[in-house]
Write a protein that binds this ligand. Sequence first.
Ligand SMILES: [Zn+2]
Length: 125
Amino acid sequence: MKKHSFHKTIKPDIPSDCREIQKLNGEFICGELPYKTELAFVKHVRKCPSCMEELKAYFMFYTTVRYLNEYGDSNIPQTVEVLLKKIEDEEYNRKVRKRNWIIAFLALFGAIAILGTLLLRGALF
Ligand SMILES: [Zn+2]
């Protein structure tokens, strides 16, 4: 019986171990990963020295090959650090934007509540 076979057809978009992380090196450097996967990738690499080493080695190899083939294409960042920082900054900005929206919403909601109370009092007295 192939009762649980359907589990295998679902491709996990969040890498869970070093082997999966290291398989994504190429796609990461090219910026081809979905946002959530990319984020999980960055978080893992930050905490895992061996994956960081792998990524750096891959990056060096990749940029060298690319440089030789395309004569200095400036689309790829100079170092892995720049690449990682870019994604972390994006995530930070995303969180700040989200927080600002929540604050704006709460402020609006508070204003409506106060206005409503005032109107109610005005109508009662
Ligand atoms: Zn790792």
